[in-house]
Write a protein that binds this ligand. Structure first.
Ligand SMILES: Cc1ncc(COP(=O)(O)O)c(C=O)c1O
Length: 273
């Protein structure tokens, strides 16, 4: 497989041989954080929002990432060739007694992964999700994505593209790597940040699109029954942008007009910025 060149702490390394230490607690314990931003024509969309989130993640984990401006310059330099996903990983470093003191910061751009145009989601219970409870990790996009990945794999094993996560309280949360929204009687519903979903950059941008298009939005804590009773369902993420969902568990949906308006508005926003 062709690998892109990789910046490790600002030094360009050949992708095929780029490596971090097996003693790094990012690898050993999943202690670290990451970001994924989309480069459109060489310009990462909302890079500052992504890097603010990275800084929050690192601060919550007490990892010193130094100057965010320096990381920004690394991201801009790898994004230059054009379209793709710029990935930033911050490891916990190799000093288990002082986590976060000698982190590796890894930056590279990959081609966009292949994605379906429309999604099928199975409902997967996520007892590990904070679901409104607050901890040191609230708001952090950490390297500990094992439970998210396991939810995706479990949904895929049943023939779905991915999972819609539901918390112990029965609340609809998010996908393992995306946010969720749905439409009922022309009103958009989306789980609020209070249920401790990730503060998605795409979700924030799409809420702005809804606002400027006069589309009513309700953010809150909603049961699965509300999601299943929707007229339209959609996913939101850096890679997926705004994409329709055509099945949740056994309930089918058609891609609808409100999702199409949000998608078009989002693409226009990307173009304008
Ligand atoms: C758990 C989770 N929710 C939502 C998202 C969507 O966030 P963004 O729009 O910033 O890509 C992601 C992105 O990876 C995620 O991991």
């Amino acid at each position: 497989m062709q690998r892109p060149p990789v910046l490790i702490n600002g030094e360009m390394v050949d992708g095929a041989s780029a490596a971090v230490s097996v003693f790094d607690i990012g690898f050993q314990r999943g202690y670290g954080c990451f970001e994924a931003m989309r480069s459109y024509g060489g310009k990462p969309f909302r890079i500052d929002h992504h890097l603010e989130r990275l800084a929050t993640s690192a601060a919550n984990l007490q990892i010193d990432i130094g100057s965010v401006e320096r990381i920004k310059q690394w991201c801009l330099s790898v994004a230059e060739p054009g379209d793709g996903v710029v990935r930033v990983f911050v490891t916990g470093g190799t000093d288990i007694k002082h986590p976060g003191t000698n982190s590796s910061i890894i930056v590279f751009m990959e081609p966009l992964p292949e994605m379906p145009d429309v999604f099928t989601l199975d409902i997967v219970e996520a007892p590990w999700h904070p679901d409104g409870r607050v901890s040191e990790l609230t708001g952090a996009k950490t390297l500990s994505y094992g439970p998210n990945l396991a939810a995706t794999i479990s949904a895929r094993s049943r023939g779905f593209d991915d999972a819609a996560l539901v918390g112990v309280s029965g609340t609809v949360l998010e996908g393992p790597t995306f946010s969720l929204g749905w439409v009922k009687s022309d009103v958009v519903f989306t789980p609020s940040l209070d249920v401790n979903i990730l503060e998605s950059v795409t979700r924030t941008a799409v809420l702005e699109v809804a606002d400027s298009n006069g589309i009513e939005v309700h953010e809150g804590s909603f049961p699965v029954a509300d999601l299943l009773a929707a007229d339209e369902v959609f996913v939101l993420s850096t890679v997926r942008e705004v994409s329709p969902v055509v099945r949740v568990a056994t309930t089918e949906f058609l891609p609808g007009p409100v999702t199409a308006r949000l998608r078009a508005g989002f693409i226009e926003l990307v173009r304008a910025e």
